[in-house]
Design a protein around this ligand. Structure first.
Ligand code: GLA
Length: 389
């Protein structure tokens, strides 16, 4: 569905609920990461793109001291009382994302005043495509309109990341919020997570397409696994006597193997290799060398599976099917994308073969797992956008 169409629907829901039209409408996209997984919190590189799936936030002043948050998806409505200090809702509450962003604005002395808000999203929820970052960034973009203050893009992304840390209780890195703020149509974003410098890498070759395959599974261990991985990476950096794994080389890691717990050693091997693979892949995209990019994606998946241990049977099944189809059938590469333990795979494919590839993956995945996947194509989309101001 086109962005303007989702915005129109959101405005309509707003009107039905609040009895008048919204004054502001803002949107922010979900993302898919082509390569560079679990590198952002290790000061490494990532190479995501915004997808053409968005969260839309429509709002208007209500001349009270309260922010009314409603979602067109039928989630429990929530009221934030701006006269009281804000605090997180119980873990898992959807309103933690917008509430954390409102808190970030208030902490900077930016007061939006009372608002009626309606939220709608076409980003699959909990599918590893950063529906949470899309919600945070769309909320922040709406609040920029409501407060009349435009934030610097880096500051805006960091404010949203802090909302996720402090309100949603997820100690994420900076990738998801940065791409949702800074994505550009027809470009990947090469982000140096240490310096926060970004480079837009053009990706407009019409003969290649990015296919997103949602396994439609989410394994429950996600909660504790992510912070555990972060701690293991910190332990590895400490043992190697470097500031972060960004500063370690494969040679340094092997020379110090005996100093590291075997699990920590494998975690570090993934991260160090992945940082290198990501810059190589960016060079491959610049050169239009799709087979090379594809091979790097498979290598990334193997490392995430064996060394980082964040994959799962269903993600592995998709990658195995993609590999069976191979370059001859139009697949350059495929890997899990996002945090892991379910969610989506991303595949780089020949545009002309998209339908045949999607059909084969859907059929074989269902045969192997008994689950129906959801498969769609996305061009690199646009980051946060104002639709009505
Ligand atoms: C989640 C986090 C990101 C990043 C990825 C793994 O999506 O939110 O910051 O760490 O996992 O690459």
């Amino acid at each position: 569905m086109k962005l303007e169409e989702i915005a129109r629907q959101t405005a309509q829901s707003f009107k039905q609920t609040y009895g008048r039209s919204p004054q502001w409408i803002a949107a922010a996209p979900g993302r898919v990461n082509l390569i560079g997984e679990h590198t952002d919190y290790n000061d490494g590189f990532v190479l995501p793109m915004a997808i053409e799936r968005y969260t839309i936030v429509a709002a208007a002043p209500n001349h009270t001291n309260q922010v009314q948050l409603r979602s067109a998806q039928g989630d429990q409505p929530v009221t934030l009382d701006l006269a009281q200090p804000l605090a997180p809702f119980p873990k898992g509450a959807w309103a933690n994302y917008p509430a954390g962003v409102v808190a970030g604005f208030l902490a900077r002395g930016l007061k939006p005043g009372g608002l009626d808000v309606m939220i709608h999203s076409t980003v699959p929820l909990g599918g590893g495509l950063s529906s949470s970052a899309a919600l945070e960034v769309a909320t922040a973009t709406m609040l920029e309109l409501a407060t009349g203050q435009t934030l610097d893009p880096v500051e805006k992304a960091l404010l949203c990341q802090k909302a996720e840390h402090d309100y949603a209780g997820m100690p994420c890195g900076i990738m998801d919020q940065f791409i949702s703020v800074m994505g550009k149509a027809n470009h990947l974003l090469l982000l140096d997570c240490r310096t926060r410098k970004t480079e837009l890498v053009p990706m407009s070759d019409p003969s290649v397409a990015v296919l997103i395959i949602n396994t439609n599974v989410k394994h429950e261990l996600t909660g504790s696994e992510y912070p555990t991985r972060r701690k293991q990476c910190e332990a590895a950096a400490k043992a190697l006597d470097v500031r972060s794994l960004r500063d370690a080389s494969p040679e340094l890691l092997e020379q110090n193997k005996s100093k590291l717990d075997p699990i920590v050693h494998r975690r570090a091997r993934h991260v160090i290799g992945e940082i290198e693979r990501t810059t190589h892949a960016a060079a491959g995209v610049r050169a239009g060398n799709w087979p090379t990019v594809g091979q790097l994606m498979y290598a990334s998946h193997r490392a995430l599976q064996d060394d980082y241990e964040v994959s799962c049977q269903e993600l592995d099944a998709v990658v195995a099917i993609a590999q069976d189809i191979g370059v001859a059938g139009g697949v350059f590469g495929c890997r899990m994308t996002g945090g892991g333990f379910g969610g989506c795979c991303v595949a780089l494919v020949q545009a002309a073969a998209v339908d045949a590839i999607s059909k084969r993956i859907a059929t074989e995945y269902q045969q192997r797992t008994g689950i129906e996947p959801t498969i769609f194509v996305s061009r690199p989309g646009q980051g946060a956008t104002v639709l009505k101001s």
